[in-house]
Design a protein around this ligand. Structure first.
Ligand code: ASP
Length: 417
């Protein structure tokens, strides 16, 4: 908790410094950003990213070896994917509803005539899913291709479970490697406050605040939907299905959320979010590694919320009505788009092009939301990884393997029962 407190202090300091430079000394901001904020942020991001491939390989191989039984593996996989898909669809519905009621795009006069946006080619979702089997696992690791890495690691773990005693030593090496990586995560996290300071000062300092005031309504819709989804859907799932006090859940997972917020990358946050779930939420390593690595890659409710809200906002700004059928298409394509979104900063916006195209909206509309996306990205990334942790708690509880919480983790009614 001391670490989380230090990161928060660093974030607040970063906001103040970034804001002050933006408002009072915009000329100074450039060099300070280049030589101080930027490097601090990059060092921290790179340190975290450095551990992602080793942590996923070791944790998933060990996790799968721990579960062993293919039937059980399939059951856990099914529950995990079910939770991911349902919560993502619900997230989009919340965002669409809020945007349709509050009409953020009708609020101001948005100049849609002169804008342009160079849409990048979104990777076809089907290709991503079918490309899950790596022809070269080393290349998959080198490229950081998460789905391929997960597939290969799970297969290695499966082999270890099947061969048992014969490969005992391989398992032992992986276990020790896991201890080593966990130590390195703790060590690197000492640098987190400095990194967080640099990242937030850079993000806040480079924002144009005119953009923010015009986009206040849109930001309000996205943030409101993120908040509702987190509190009601994740809080509800943790309480009803996970049988844990949601306040305990949020409190203990908070350090990971702060890191996600400052890095805006689910992938870079993965080592910390797994550590928090295992050590504090008492999710067994096998389920945490599987559910959270997969979730960081394909389960992005925060991103889906932004996409849903942005579609309605852009339609309203262009004065285009969305039919019921179009809204349904948005739900479907935004689920797919959020699955296909890479777990790195800004990726959700690239995939937004796919959702807009699916209902015939102009892709240039993305230019309208571009200016404020960096800040929203930070918040939605924190939501993205919270969904993965909630899934890990719920799936562990349903398998009867969720560990006993320290202190106040049991909901009041269960405690007195
Ligand atoms: N930055 C987000 C993440 O890493 C993805 C996005 O852009 O929405 O989870």
């Amino acid at each position: 908790m001391k670490l989380a407190r230090n990161i928060i202090i660093a974030l607040i300091a970063g906001v103040i410094v970034g804001l002050a430079l933006n408002l009072f000394a915009p000329n100074v901001f450039g060099p300070v950003d280049t030589y101080l904020f930027g490097p601090l942020g990059t060092i921290f991001l790179n340190l975290m990213k450095m551990l992602v491939v080793p942590v996923v390989f070791v944790a998933i191989a060990l996790g799968t070896a721990g579960i062993g039984d293919p039937k059980k593996l399939g059951r856990i996989g099914g529950k995990t994917l079910g939770f991911f898909l349902i919560t993502t669809a619900v997230a989009i519905v919340i965002a669409l509803t809020l945007a349709l009621v509050l009409k953020p795009g009708a609020a101001g006069d948005f100049d849609t005539a002169g804008i342009s946006y160079e849409a990048q080619e979104a990777p076809p979702v089907m290709d991503t899913l079918l490309g899950i089997i790596p022809t070269n696992p080393i290349a998959a690791m080198a490229d950081g291709n998460m789905l391929q890495l997960i597939f290969f690691s799970a297969l290695v773990g499966f082999g270890i479970a099947m061969l048992g005693k014969k490969v005992e030593r391989v398992k032992e090496v992986l276990e020790q490697a896991n201890d080593l990586i966990m130590y390195l995560i703790t060590f690197i996290m000492k640098f987190a406050p400095y990194g967080a300071f640099g990242l937030i000062a850079s993000a806040v300092g480079s924002q144009g605040f005119d953009a923010i005031s015009a986009m206040g309504m849109y930001m309000g819709v996205v943030l409101g939907a993120l908040l509702i989804h987190t509190l009601v859907i994740y809080g509800g799932a943790v309480s009803l299905l996970g049988k844990r006090n949601p306040i305990w859940f949020f409190k203990n997972f908070f350090p990971a959320q702060v890191v996600a917020f400052s890095t805006a990358s689910s992938a870079a946050t993965l080592p910390v979010s797994m550590k928090m779930a295992q050590e504090r939420l008492k999710v067994p390593e096998s389920i945490s590694s599987f559910t959270q690595s997969l979730g960081a890659t394909i389960n992005m409710d925060g991103t889906a919320i932004m996409q849903g809200a942005a579609v309605v906002f852009i339609a309203q700004a262009y004065g285009i009505d969305l039919s019921m059928g179009a809204l349904l298409t948005v739900v479907l394509t935004a689920v797919l788009a959020s699955i296909g979104t890479a777990a790195v900063p800004g990726a959700g916006l690239i995939m937004l092009a796919m959702v807009l195209t699916s209902v015939g909206l102009p892709v240039e509309g993305i230019a309208l939301v571009l200016g404020v996306d960096r800040l929203l990205d930070m918040v939605r990334t924190a939501v993205n990884i919270t969904g993965d942790a909630a899934a890990a708690v719920v799936v562990s509880q349903s398998e009867g393997v969720l560990g006993e919480p320290d202190g106040d983790g049991v909901p009041a009614e269960t405690e007195t029962a």
